[in-house]
Write a protein that binds this ligand. Sequence first.
Ligand code: MAN
Length: 532
Amino acid sequence: MIISTWLNRFHSSFIVISSFVIYAQSDVPRPRGVSLSKASLYSPTKDFTCFDGTVTIPFSYVNDDYCDCFDGSDEPGTSACLNGIFHCTNAGHRPQNIPSSRVNDGVCDCCDGTDEYAVPDTCTNICDELGKEARAEAQRLADLHKAGSHLRVELIERGNKKRHEMAEQLSQLQKDKEEAEKIRAEKQALKDEIEAKENEALKVYREAEEQEKQRQAEEEKQKNMKEALEHFDRFDSNKDDVLSIDEIKVVNVFDKDKNSQVDEEEIKYFFGENETVDKDTFVTVTWPLVKPLLMMEQGMFRPAQSEEHIDPDVEGELDDEPQDLDTEDVGADLDEDHSDIEPVSPREFDDSDIASRDATNVYDDETQRLVNEATDARKHFTEAERTVREIESNIKNIQQNLEKDYGLQQEFATLDGQCFEYEDKEYVYKLCMFQKVTQKSKNSGSEVGLGNWGEWAGEDRENKYAVMRYTNGIACWNGPSRMTTVNINCGLETKLLSVSEPYRCEYKIELSTPAACDGSNVNQEHSSHDEL
Ligand code: MAN
């Protein structure tokens, strides 16, 4: 491909002959666009080998406005290669590398104007001016870092002290926990012992209670049966011990849908789909269905659900005229749950039984004494257990804090838990360091989580502590969870400088703090720029 385009080479070099010059910068002669550090790679007395080593060309092909090297290294001073690099010295300011495609494009990229040499006077050299401004800014930053680093030292001292205290607290809590666990074990043993005695003493009462419950249930059953049979007899007008559809047609209470007519379909519902019912079927099938309607007619029963929705004014009316109730609903309710009218089912004997017994004081003196003792023992055990749990939770919190990365010298430790606010037109933002970020709308007042403490996220190891990331905030509408990046800058005060949302539900906070002030960093930054 390279050989087949010889013609193009001569054509190009003819048009832009000014690119093909040896360009002297400072005291080391080198081709245009080459940095001082790379000058030795371009020797006019030798052939030029592309930086990637793939092609060697006569030196005269360098900067001939024809791209010979795949890596663009033969055309640092022309725009012939798409991937070339043009170096401007920018004397008086910072040197700069720009893509060589920007050479002679009519835009001044370098402050010394050397990237625009095709048309003379396209650019003015403004490096001195920019350099002056940059040096002033660098000085301001250096001063700021210097002043801030005194405060940083204080933060480091306080941070280390805090960690030390936390470690001490942790070991104290671990001792407390052992002690609290011992007490809990003692209280448990006492409780178990006295509860065993209490159980024994209460057995008698439990059995009596159980018997009483059974007796009451049986009594209730008999009462219900008696009531059912009385009604059977009342409905059985021809006294043949069988209820027929005709006999029931005249009994209003069977008018389930309240249309003033008892039709066959309704009766069959109560008859369990039979044509007639005898006494047994009446008691087991018909009576449970009709009893609630009878009670309703007598004003004794109202479906529980209606209470919540009823306007107090209307409620009175309904009490007076129960037939206004929606019978369909009543039917459904009755099919599923008769608990409102059934006798209370027997249940296990538990603490509340003991307490109620305690209140009515129906135990004999010895049993009552045991119950009181057991109640106290249970209370003491619960308290001992709560104490262990509280200590465990404190231990967990301290351990979590001790595991947190508070910077190389603990400079961020004292900021943990401190909250800082920032207001814009719409929202109040709050950053609680190492905890979470929130956003509160000024209109609705509702608070939205923009992320919980996640990790340090500086680009590399040296500036790991320049960026904090808070993740897993409240999910964005139709999108991922909200998250916040906090850029840490040196400042004499810890505060939020700005909050923005560069992408939907991704927030960016600029924070200043003395914890980020470090005089040595500024100098390093300077020297690395000068090297370019
Ligand atoms: C709320 C705020 C905004 C966010 C939108 C996304 O209005 O949390 O910051 O952009 O929700 O729907």
